[in-house]
Design a protein around this ligand. Structure first.
Ligand code: UT7
Length: 330
């Protein structure tokens, strides 16, 4: 029997116009361009401004651009999988809202919550619907309006995050390209290091939760940093060993963009030179679910059919993992 794989056949992004620089942040909190550049590697990030604009608006714009670029009839899309931790609302899902705004009428869909690992969890999930033979055309959207859960009086978090959304088209192939393998994992014992304290069923929104600023990201950065480096590097090395991929053969490591020092440490641990690592954290910051596909979108023109890519992420939960992907087009 022929083996079906899911291949990426197109990718598009939506980046908000507003650029929040380190200089502007330095006027808002007690920070500096020097600290942010040296400790995190970010120079600027995009922020979605405008009343009533949300993650679904960014996602729908990316989907509309994707459909146009790939010449895809919206009626042919069977499934939309959305990775986000900043859904427009608790329900309905952002997938429902994006499908409506992008004019997709024949699909089903759902959201995936895996924080900074959201994209690789969504890519793997969507791929399995194609590998099973159930679906032929699937859209994955990865997007977050991180500014909606960021406290711009807290210097330890407000310098880190940005807003963006990326959409990609997955189609079926019997060629040896596309999503080849994955190792994904969760560990809830990491829950206390990176989370949103209130607004869910555990602690519903109240005057007290708003006063205590519990609807903003809480992060204990150092344990997250250490675990991120070891999990991203180790799962990437294991994946490469499993498939006999040498560092020379690897076209790109595409790591989650949370901190330049994390990316450099992962690269060092893997013995990779910097020219093999996709990096754009300096211009967009940590856009949570969107970081990895944003790198792929920017490098699309340089990628060649058959290129071996390792995508690796770590995020709140904890969630982490690696996907081995062979790029499918020139
Ligand atoms: O994306 C999902 C996963 N998230 C991550 O992977 C993030 C992982 N963690 C990190 O990237 C880093 O831990 C942070 C960037 C969050 C923080 O960097 P750090 O090197 O771990 O700094 P720190 O929290 O240990 O703070 C060091 C100092 C502190 O001052 P004192 O106590 O030494 O006087 C902080 O108050 O830096 C201070 N600090 C700042 N100073 C200027 C913290 N934030 C800032 C700031 N500007 N924005």
């Amino acid at each position: 029997m022929e083996k079906f794989r899911a291949k990426i056949t197109g990718i598009e992004a939506f980046l908000p116009e507003y650029i929040l620089t380190n200089e502007e942040l330095s006027k808002m909190v007690d920070t500096s361009d020097e600290w942010i550049t040296q400790r995190v590697g970010i120079k600027e990030r995009r922020i979605l401004k405008g009343e009533g604009l949300a993650t679904s608006d960014m996602g729908a714009e990316a989907v509309k651009k994707l459909l146009k670029k790939t010449g895809t009839n919206p009626d042919s899309i069977e499934l939309i999988v959305v990775a986000t931790i900043t859904p427009d609302m608790m329900f309905p899902s952002t997938a429902c809202l994006i499908s409506e705004k992008a004019g997709i009428k024949n699909a089903w869909g759902f959201d995936i919550s895996a924080a900074c690992s959201g994209f690789i969890f969504a890519l793997q999930t969507a791929s399995q619907f194609i590998e099973s033979g159930r679906n032929k055309k699937v859209i994955v959207v990865a997007g977050d309006k991180m500014s909606s859960i960021t406290d711009y009086t807290d210097r330890s978090t407000c310098v880190l995050f940005g807003d963006a959304a990326v959409a990609m088209l997955l189609e079926v192939t019997t060629e040896d390209v596309g999503v080849i393998d994955h190792h994904l994992q969760i560990d809830g014992s990491g829950k206390d290091f990176l989370y949103l304290k209130a607004g869910g069923s555990y602690k519903p929104a109240s005057h007290a939760t708003v006063d205590a600023k519990e609807h903003f990201i809480y992060q204990d950065g150092q344990p997250v940093f250490k675990t991120a480096v070891s999990k991203m590097a180790d799962t990437s090395v294991e994946m490469m060993k499993k498939h006999g991929i040498s560092n020379e053969e690897l076209a790109w490591l595409v790591p989650h963009q949370a901190n330049m020092r994390i990316i450099e440490s992962v690269g060092r641990r893997m013995g990779l030179t910097k020219d093999k690592i996709m990096i754009n954290i300096n211009r967009y910051g940590n856009t949570t679910a969107a970081t990895i596909p944003l790198c792929l979108w920017e490098k699309e023109k340089e990628l060649k059919k058959g290129d071996k890519l390792i995508l690796s992420a770590f995020g709140g939960g904890f969630t982490w993992g690696t996907i081995y992907l062979k790029w499918a087009y020139n």
